[in-house]
Design a protein around this ligand. Sequence first.
Ligand code: HPA
Length: 264
Amino acid sequence: MSETIALAVIGGTGLYRLAALTDARALSASTPWGEASAPIHVGDFAGHRIAFLARHGEGHSLPPHLVNYRANLWALKQAGIGRVLAVNAVGGIGERFGPRVLAVPDQIIDYTWGRLGTYCEGDAWQAQGGEVVHVDMTEPYTASLRAAILAAGRESGIAVVDGGCYGATQGPRLETRAEIARLRRDGCDLVGMTGMPEAALARELGLEYASLALVANWAAGCGPATGAGQAGAEITMDEVLANLDHTTAQLPALLRALLGKIAP
Ligand code: HPA
């Protein structure tokens, strides 16, 4: 059966399924690069066929450094999907990026290490001809998809911050204050653990790709002088999950408006 899937959503921490997906079926997660994090659920949403993949697995069993990013994106491409909205939980560094803010970053710096971050290696690559590609990453996110998300925010009355530099850290631990101070000096506004190598792999596969960053907490040492994230204050998972609940509740409306823009 052939069908056009308008968009795939990769759900991060706090987003393990799309409850509003109807008539859903699960596609194989097997790829030449190994197993994707979970089956891909393809179903109807607001009159469109869309796909959903839980980046960390449906029971959040995969920490960021063990996610098979190559398999995840390959599985989406092999399902005929050309456009990916990556939802990423982040900590906020810049003052515009406090808890519960939604943002569409426009840049990224990769601080991760040891992750399998390219399709240019191994047997599966050789089997496909072994061509070395150096993809351009000047603008790491697809401009038209970013613009559509921002327009969807305006249309649905959901505030979405335009831009910001995402610093991708290794995790799974959170950062020290000194590490966040360094990220700030480097120009990062947001910090998360899953933005890379996902963005680079999407580019290697020629997928349209943009991130919707959900701010779950002030990053270590950030935020108002007396608030969470300051010296002596800890970032708690309760705080993170409560803020993510709040932001993910806005996703169905944002998604509905986005689909109207990209697949009218
Ligand atoms: N640091 C890194 N990743 C995160 C954070 C953070 O503070 N919050 C949510 N994801």
